[in-house]
Ligand binder design. Structure first.
Ligand SMILES: Nc1ncnc2c1ncn2[C@@H]1O[C@H](COP(=O)(O)OP(=O)(O)OP(=O)(O)O)[C@@H](O)[C@H]1O
Ligand SMILES: [Mg+2]
Length: 278
């Protein structure tokens, strides 16, 4: 063998070589949450372990009251878990809202300010933080991403529910987040609007490379959007299943949802959620 020749075993192509694992954006270990209720302290979640990798789209599902919103609030640094729990954001213990993480809350209608125009609502988080020109640029960019450029000067109460939800998303996007925490963002919408917004969100996800943690009650929505679906089960809840969604991207509302892989996962997730109900 000549000096510059590689042994056959070492001639693996770049594709064959093991790819470096993405970093963990979030890492939760032994995570428990206790909240005060009328009967004293109630344990909501117990000994939860999971991680969210950089650039991953993860959905959280589970029955009402299983702690989905609570988990998002913990990731967003808005609530502290019980002592002994570990919640890390890029290896740093979370003890307040981490930089670059934006939460979009469950009750979107209540969070838009009716006396401000759409563009002024979208600019809300940028005020006093960036120059006037940069603010205008970011607001325009965010509104374009959610196809609302034409309604910039309107008031939110003049928009449909789906449009109001887009404004909420645009407000988050204007912050150029590296992580989006979304709590049932499309829960109250009709099926058509919902599928349109799902595709817009996937487009934004692909464009920005953000990490997304998404809460939903809709199995098809969770599978369609995600790389992984975590299912909370039990009371106090824990992660009963972590389902990897290996459907290729970009996804398509008809092709993806009719694929054999999707239908198999659909059944698996339904069964896991029903198990969480007994
Ligand atoms: N601020 C609070 N103080 C005390 N208990 C709370 C608080 N917020 C939520 N809880 C309790 O924590 C549990 C989980 O609530 P959470 O809102 O996380 O559920 P969820 O899974 O998001 O439900 P849903 O699907 O209905 O939105 C519930 O029993 C709820 O009553
Ligand atoms: Mg909730």
């Amino acid at each position: 063998m000549k000096a510059n020749e590689q042994p056959v075993a070492e001639q693996a192509s770049a594709e064959d070589r093991p790819q470096p694992q993405p970093r963990n954006t979030f890492e939760c270990r032994n995570l428990s949450v206790e909240l005060r209720s009328s009967g004293g302290l109630a344990c909501i979640c117990r000994s939860i372990d999971f991680e969210v990798r950089e650039g991953e789209f993860v959905s959280i599902m589970g029955r009402s009251g299983s702690g989905k919103t609570t988990l998002l609030r913990i990731l967003g640094g808005l609530l502290s878990p019980t002592p002994g729990s570990t919640v890390r954001y890029y290896s740093e213990q979370v003890d307040g809202p981490p930089r670059g993480v934006i939460t979009v809350f469950q009750n979107y209608a209540a969070s838009l300010l009716p006396w401000r125009t759409v563009e002024k609502n979208v600019a809300l988080g940028l005020e006093g933080k960036v120059s006037k020109d940069e603010k205008a640029e970011r607001v325009a960019e965010a509104l374009a991403m959610v196809s609302l450029s034409k309604r910039a000067k309107d008031y939110p109460w003049r928009l449909s529910g789906g449009m109001q939800q887009r404004v909420q998303l645009a407000r988050a996007l204007a912050m150029r987040p590296s992580v989006l925490l979304l709590d049932e963002p499309f829960g109250a919408l009709d099926a058509m609007t919902k599928t349109t917004l799902q595709d817009e969100l996937l487009h934004v996800y692909e464009q920005t490379g953000a990490t997304v943690v998404f809460v939903t009650h809709d199995v098809d929505e969770a599978l369609y959007l995600s790389d992984r679906v975590l299912i909370l089960q039990g009371d106090p809840s824990t992660i009963g299943e972590s389902v990897a969604v290996q459907c290729s991207r970009p996804r398509d509302q008809i092709e993806t949802k009719q694929s054999e892989g999707f239908l198999t996962l659909r059944r698996k997730v339904y069964e896991a959620i029903m198990q969480g109900h007994d």
